[in-house]
Design a protein around this ligand. Structure first.
Ligand SMILES: Cc1ncc(COP(=O)(O)O)c(C=O)c1O
Length: 387
């Protein structure tokens, strides 16, 4: 099978698996246990926290372990917004129209709780409209959440610049702090995650997107960030996220993140060339194919292409039949086509949006695999168009 759906999930890295195994078997203690077996589990959690903090340029105390990207994002958005409103700082949140549903649905829930949320739009390549972002700022704004890299079209947003805009607004208006969260779930392996360079107060990661296990996530919360805990119970994770720690998942996530973030530059350059090879081959051999989004400032592994006259689910099924795993940019529910909210925000016409396919490459993708996909695709598209 040729796997080109790394934005959906990745294979567990063998080193991450090795890091997990002791905690799935012999070292089964609860990290809260005061005996040797518990202490050993606690040491693994502490070591993972230190290793993650080193990779992202944070302090260990600023790293929380969660159940995944979705929990990290919900925790950051709801926990920070709630705390700031309770402190009387304001009621307004800024986000974007192209966030993953984990962010979008969390801010919609904030609206249900009485927050006012502004969703900033993007241009045709999927990049945020910074002027619109600036216009959205107001004295009641307490939180901005902007994804670092988009999961559908791969656009990378200028988080450091947004952080600077927020600082300038605060200085110019003698405003209280406006905190910045970024959904960095798609970034590991491809982009730097240095939280100071990004200027983020909170950053969310999901371990299975970078060679770690599923059900394991990371949330960076900068020291002194106003935050109200969402998951109540025991005192784990410094009273910020209750529940017995997923020790194996945490150990696997830390090891996978270390591996993903070493050699980012050379990996990105190599995989970026494969992406271009695939893009050029498809555009040359399939009439009516259009690249959606990103040409610059984008993830090197993402290629989102629309095929005129095609419903993407049919092409995904045909690719699957040919041993190729890719994903559809639109969803068919109750016989209704639901085009992606990201492509809609970019102004892609519906007829093109319903025919979009996302190929997402991985560190192990080879030139031979790309050439096989490029060779098989034209006939598959023609078959569907001929039906
Ligand atoms: C950008 C982005 N954010 C958040 C998530 C949610 O991560 P998870 O499903 O691992 O909780 C995903 C997963 O696809 C994603 O791509």
């Amino acid at each position: 099978m040729i796997y080109l759906d790394h934005a959906a999930t990745t294979r567990l890295h063998p080193a991450a698996r090795d890091a997990m195994l002791p905690f799935l078997d012999g070292v089964f203690g609860n990290p809260s246990g005061l005996y040797a077996l518990g202490r050993e589990a606690q040491e693994a959690v502490d070591s993972a926290r230190t290793r993650v903090s080193t990779v992202i340029g944070a302090r260990p105390s600023e790293v929380l372990f969660t159940s995944g990207g979705t929990e990290s994002i919900n925790t950051a958005l709801l926990g920070i917004a709630y705390a700031l409103r309770r402190a009387g700082s304001g009621n307004h949140v800024i986000s974007t129209a192209i966030e993953h549903h984990a962010g979008l649905h969390a801010t919609q829930f904030l609206e249900e709780l009485g927050f006012d949320v502004t969703y900033v739009g993007c241009d045709t390549s999927g990049h945020l409209d910074l002027a619109e972002f600036e216009r959205a700022l107001r004295p009641e704004t307490v939180l901005a959440s902007v994804m670092l890299a988009n999961n559908e079209v791969g656009t990378v947003q200028p988080i450091a610049e947004i952080s600077r805009l927020l600082a300038e607004y605060r200085r110019a208006h003698r405003h209280h702090r406006i905190l910045l969260h970024t959904d960095a779930v798609q970034a590991p392996g491809w982009l730097s995650l240095d939280v100071d360079a990004l200027g983020a107060d909170a950053l969310s990661l999901s371990s299975h997107k970078f060679g770690g296990p599923k059900g394991s996530g990371i949330l960076f919360l900068r020291r002194a960030t106003p935050f109200r805990q969402l998951i109540h119970g025991g005192g784990q994770e410094s009273q910020k996220r209750a529940g017995t720690e997923n020790v194996a998942g945490i150990a696997g996530a830390a090891t996978a993140l270390e591996i993903a973030q070493s050699g980012v530059t050379s990996r990105s350059a190599r995989v970026g060339r494969l992406r271009e090879r695939l893009r050029d081959a498809i555009l040359a051999s399939v009439p009516g194919a259009t690249v959606n989004g990103c040409q610059q400032q984008c993830l090197p592994n993402n290629l989102n292409i629309s095929f005129d006259g095609i419903e993407s689910d049919l092409l995904v099924a045909a690719l699957d039949g040919a041993g190729i795993a890719a994903s559809s940019g639109s969803a068919c529910s109750n016989s209704m086509w639901e085009p992606s909210h990201v492509l809609m925000a970019m102004g892609v016409p519906i007829r093109r949006a319903v025919g979009s396919i996302r190929f997402s490459l991985g560190a192990a993708t080879t030139e031979a695999e790309i050439d096989t996909v490029a060779m098989l695709l034209p006939a598959l598209v023609e078959q569907i168009r001929g039906r």
